[in-house]
Design a protein around this ligand. Structure first.
Ligand code: PFF
Length: 455
């Protein structure tokens, strides 16, 4: 232990553990809930193309940058900047990330609560649905309630806090390593089921045939925001995880694998949902409830439907938990490593703050339905501010820090493991992107998307 960092740090034990944990952060409600409903709201294939472009040009390079910063510093988000750039205000990037992580957790735990509730209800035979209307009623009665969604939200928070307290290796790694592959295999089975529904072809067309007429400046910003949200970048999560990655692992290789697998899971979720949207006559623009309308209908008419429905939501709960663990880790690591709280107290404080703020998201389906700021209810506001403002701004500074401040020697050492990996051309492209392309692209998309500059 060096003097500067007397707190004992654990790391991920194996390469598989690294992939599982980072993928466990990336794969979550973003794939199964957010990607489908945003694709539905923003016109389908054209939006997906924008999202893929944003992922390659911005999301991936920023993920690599966060890994480099975290592993180099051996510190979590805020401390990493303090260590690598003492006396400079770069640590504000880390602090903005702590704020973004708390905002995301606020509404994310609301949605995760719905998913947990569906898992429980399906497992106990409580989702009796026989028509698209009844599917809507089941969701509305849950999300429009007061205590029921709140209690489910708190359950997700307590569970996440418990895993965090079990420590990095014991908690995060074990959970994600075992369960992600199961989710993956089952999604294939669910796709087959959805694709054999009558009317499935229309869903496929929506997913794969681009129509650019729906694209506006705001859509481009939304696609960029989704790219950040999906890969868990711009918040400090991947910086923190980077600090746990062993010296022998390839950082660009890890990031590439995570990106490809993550995209695949989103597409597979889209393939399970869009055939059902059209087969059962739901509006693709249904918004956040889309998943909860469609999936119960997919399983409705089949043998063992309730069983498969329960399994689907249990797996989605697990995927959401992996992401929530990584989000909660951001404020916990900050309070623990920077402010010297014990991990237990850091976890309790973070959970309480998120529970308080998160209840405003959850109650925007009922008691706070009429309460809006900037024309958005609290749920939408937290979602919009985090994905479409804070994460992109965080991304700009992460890219600038990696591209201009760290120095090419550090980048070379971390990206090639002291010259032992041969990826020079990749490195050249990466450096060019983080120096110029990513920061400029994010600034332009933000300015136009937020309407600060008009075309
Ligand atoms: N990537 C997660 C998902 O798609 O569900 C959400 C997320 C996790 C966003 C961690 C940001 C983050 F730091």
């Amino acid at each position: 232990m060096n003097k500067e960092n007397p707190i004992k740090r654990e790391g991920f034990a194996t390469s598989l553990g690294v992939i599982a944990a980072t993928l466990g952060s990336a794969v979550g409600l973003g794939n199964i809930w957010k990607f489908p409903y945003m694709t539905g709201e923003n016109g389908g294939a054209a939006f997906i193309l924008l999202y893929l472009g944003a992922t390659l040009l911005v999301g991936l390079p920023i993920m690599i940058s966060e890994f480099i910063i975290g592993r180099r510093a051996q510190k979590a988000a805020v401390g990493a900047y303090r260590k690598l750039a003492p006396d400079k205000p770069w640590f504000l990037t880390g602090l903005a990330g702590v704020l973004a992580a708390i905002l995301i957790m606020s509404f994310y735990t609301n949605v995760a609560g719905w998913v947990f509730a569906y898992a429980f209800k399906a497992a106990t035979g409580g989702i009796a649905i026989n028509s698209p209307e009844s599917a809507k009623e089941v969701f509305d009665s849950l999300a429009g309630g007061v205590w029921e969604p709140l209690v489910w939200q708190w359950i997700t928070l307590v569970l996440t806090g418990t895993v965090i307290l079990a420590g990095v290796r014991g908690g995060i790694e074990r959970m994600t390593k075992t369960l992600l592959p199961i989710l993956f295999v089952l999604l294939i089975a669910y796709d087959i089921r959805a694709l054999t529904l009558p009317g499935a072809a229309q869903g496929l067309e929506f997913l794969f045939k681009p129509d650019f007429s729906k694209i506006t400046e705001l859509t481009v910003l939304l696609a960029l925001g989704l790219a950040f949200f999906k890969l868990s970048v711009g918040v400090g999560t991947m910086t923190t995880y980077g600090s746990y990655i062993g010296q022998g692992e390839s950082l660009p290789g890890t990031a590439l694998k995570v990106m490809f697998s993550d995209i695949l899971v989103s597409i597979m979720a889209g393939l399970a949902i869009f055939p059902a949207v059209f087969a059962f006559g739901f509006a693709p623009e249904s918004g956040p409830p889309l998943l909860f309308f469609t999936i119960p209908m997919v399983f409705n008419a089949m043998p063992l439907g309730q069983f498969f429905l329960a399994v689907f939501f249990i797996l989605t709960s697990i995927a959401a938990t992996g992401a929530m663990i990584s989000l909660l880790e951001v404020p916990v690591a900050y309070l623990h490593e920077e402010l010297r709280f014990s991990r237990r107290i850091a976890t309790i404080i973070s959970v309480l703050v998120i529970a308080a703020l998160g209840s405003t998201a959850t109650l925007s389906g009922s008691a706070l339905a009429e309460f809006t700021i900037l024309g958005r209810n609290m749920f939408d506001l937290q979602d919009f501010l985090s994905s479409n403002v804070l994460m992109p701004i965080g991304g700009i500074f992460i890219a600038l820090f990696a591209g201009w401040k760290l120095g090419s020697r550090v980048i070379f050492d971390e990206a090639t493991n002291q010259g032992t990996l041969n990826n020079n051309s990749f490195l050249a492209v990466y450096t060019f992107i983080v120096r110029y392309v990513a920061p400029v692209a994010i600034v332009v998309v933000l300015l136009y998307g937020l309407g600060i500059i008009k075309a």
